[in-house]
Ligand binder design. Structure first.
Ligand code: ADP
Ligand code: MG
Length: 365
């Protein structure tokens, strides 16, 4: 089937975009048990072409037949997904009904339907999204990750004997949600206030981590099993952030185009990394990718300390594929055009399902 023309549906989620749909949804839910406090998923406003438009075009260029499939948080959209006749879903979902803890449930449901999809499975999304779980797995595999404590409403889930400065972040969110200048704390008072803020604002356990000074390096990875390969490293240069601002990829740095923080930072292919450091970064990234059973493609966020130590900050299954983003930048530097990068992800996913050796493995890895 590889090489054949495929029907590929781009699966993506929307929430609260259409007030009529939102009202209908609210009416449907009236009978339901009181929901937990809604998690604040902040919609990224993008004026240029969206990633899904770019991927749609790339799929067309590859000679396949793309379509959109929208999950709007209502059961009806799940019902219609069960009738989807695409050969492959290109999975761009990040949440269900705005709740990003449900990202894994979407693919778990797709597995039950027996449909094929690109990227990580539910177990992998869970292990990566819960950063405390990911860090415990990294420790088992001797992958360096900052020492940490995790706490939720007065209960301590785990605590290393950590020392300041620390960074306090939601244990579950991504996209730098809840990460700003106040995240890096230097004393107990600041730390406790920040923990309370994270719990109240995001209804999430707080992850309290040792703050690692150093270069911010992202490793994109393409492939599965022993054939996974690390793309050229990308560095987010945070050195120009104003004095007194912590050098972190805050929400402003990543998304708020009109802020000083956004304008003063930029990602580029990492330079001035000697061979040995490069190897340490690649090996660490691959080990993290495998430990969390990422699939097809992923991005590992790391910090390179001045003494050369490499720390994994987090693993991102199904990272953002917009052409300006780090993953595409790395793929391009490896010689892949944007459509070739999308084509590679499609082929990787299809071969997991079609290659006899991988049939069982596909469910597990
Ligand atoms: N332990 C840490 N030491 C130094 N910087 C950190 C640490 N944890 C997070 N950061 C900074 O915060 C950013 C966002 O943290 P991350 O855990 O990757 O959250 P997200 O899932 O929202 O991307 C990182 O890219 C990095 O700049
Ligand atoms: Mg990150």
């Amino acid at each position: 089937m590889i090489g054949a023309k495929l029907k590929i549906a781009l699966l993506y989620d929307v929430w609260n975009e259409d007030p009529v749909a939102a009202a209908e949804k609210a009416a449907e839910k009236e009978e339901a048990a009181p929901a937990r406090k809604p998690r604040k998923k902040v919609k990224k406003v993008k004026k240029e072409k969206t990633d899904r438009e770019e991927i749609f075009e790339a799929i067309q260029k590859l000679g396949h037949e793309p379509s959109y499939f929208e999950l709007d948080g209502r059961p009806q959209s799940l019902h219609s997904l069960s009738r989807c006749d695409a050969d492959l879903l290109f999975n761009l979902t990040e949440s269900f009904d705005g709740d990003d803890t449900k990202e894994m449930n979407v693919v778990a449901y797709v597995d039950l339907l027996g449909l094929r999809y690109t990227g990580a499975g539910p177990h992998s999304i869970f292990m990566s999204q819960d950063k405390a779980v990911a860090k415990k797995i990294f420790a088992f595999h001797n992958i360096k990750t900052p020492f940490f404590a995790a706490s939720y409403r007065g209960r301590i889930e785990h605590a290393h004997d950590i020392s300041f400065p620390l960074i306090v972040k939601p244990a579950w969110e991504d996209g730098s949600i809840g990460i700003d200048a106040g995240s890096v704390v230097k004393n107990v008072k600041e730390m406790m206030e920040r923990v309370e803020y994270i719990q109240d604002e995001f209804d999430s356990p707080a992850l309290i981590e040792e703050y690692i000074e150093g270069r911010e390096i992202y490793a994109g990875i393409l492939g599965n099993y022993e054939r996974a390969r690390v793309l050229p490293m990308v560095e987010l240069d945070l050195s120009r952030l104003p004095e007194g601002t912590p050098k972190i990829a805050s929400y402003d740095v990543k998304f708020e185009k009109n802020t000083e923080a956004y304008k003063l930072t930029k990602s580029q292919i990492a330079e001035n990394l000697d061979e040995e450091t490069m190897k340490r970064l690649s090996d660490t990234a691959l080990a993290a990718y495998r430990a969390l059973k990422l699939r097809d493609y992923g991005r590992i966020d790391m910090r390179l300390a001045p003494n050369g130590d490499v720390y994994v900050i987090e693993a991102n299954p199904n990272p953002w594929l917009a052409s300006r983003q780090e993953f595409a930048m790395a793929a391009k530097a490896s010689g892949l055009s944007y459509p070739e990068m999308i084509g590679t992800i499609i082929d990787l996913a299809m071969s997991r399902y079609l290659n006899a050796d991988f049939t069982n493995a596909a469910a597990m890895h």
